[in-house]
Design a protein around this ligand. Structure first.
Ligand code: SF4
Length: 238
């Protein structure tokens, strides 16, 4: 998929999100928040849902939690424009309550389609509701800073998930803020490892050694080579 095709596909999803009425959260939102970032990125950050400021402006992570996310990214030399940032629910839960399971389920197709378009190498989850989507059964106090392969059913065909606390939790608790900086320091190495795994999976398989010709060979048909359906992803970081 070309850069233009990705941008067009992401904007089409965003346009659907802005008028979506698939769950009760549309009744109380000011603006839906589809997500934003570099369509060619290899890294997608997924939070829980929009807050007060995000609901007003229709952009993800722009309040104090967003400021901290920008600082966390800067600690590894990245900018928010280098990645794609979105949430598991695209509309603000009233009074910043937790998103409900039926709301997350209703919104999941939007996230799945975004991930199908972006085809990230790494998904960084921010908070337990995002983590539960990509690391079912994990507890964030134990899973933060760790990785797992991503289930392709999420839309991400070949990705590694890296769990982090939500920046809002880091704002409330200094120990979590320290953990968040330590966790973020592990994201670049996760990207390098995931990038290598994806390139290895796309590399052509070696030709099998020919059999010694001890008897006349019967006529055979060679197996078709495995087609690769994707171009090597653009390496936009590092
Ligand atoms: S939260 Fe998601 S499913 Fe619910 S109305 Fe908003 S965009 Fe639609």
């Amino acid at each position: 998929m070309t850069d233009v095709e990705r941008r067009t596909a992401l904007e089409a999803i965003a346009a659907e999100v802005r008028v979506c009425t698939n769950c009760r959260l549309h009744e109380t939102r000011t603006k839906a928040v589809p997500g934003e970032g570099d369509p060619e990125t290899e890294v997608v950050f997924v939070g829980e849902g929009p807050g007060f400021n995000e609901d007003r402006q229709g952009r993800p992570f722009i309040g104090r939690a967003g400021d901290l996310l920008v600082k966390l990214l800067a600690s590894i030399g990245w900018r928010r424009e280098d990645v794609f940032i979105t949430n598991v629910v695209k509309c603000r839960p009233p009074d910043n309550r937790d998103p409900q399971p039926d709301e997350i389920a209703a919104c999941a197709p939007h996230l799945r389609r975004q991930l199908e378009v972006l085809d990230p190498a790494v998904i960084v989850t921010l908070g337990r509701f995002s983590m539960a989507t990509f690391m079912p059964g994990a507890r964030i106090s134990q899973a933060h800073g760790t990785v797992r392969p991503v289930d392709p059913a999420t839309g991400a065909r070949s990705a590694t998930v890296f769990a982090m606390y939500h920046p809002a939790a880091a704002l409330r608790t200094p120990a979590i803020e320290r953990d968040s900086y330590a966790d973020m320091a592990g994201v670049p190495a996760t990207l390098i490892a995931s990038r290598a795994r994806r390139e290895s999976a796309q590399a052509p398989q070696p030709e099998p050694e020919p059999e010694p010709e001890t008897t006349p060979e019967p006529e055979t048909t060679s197996a078709p080579s495995q087609a690769t359906d994707d171009a090597t992803p653009q390496l936009t970081l590092f």
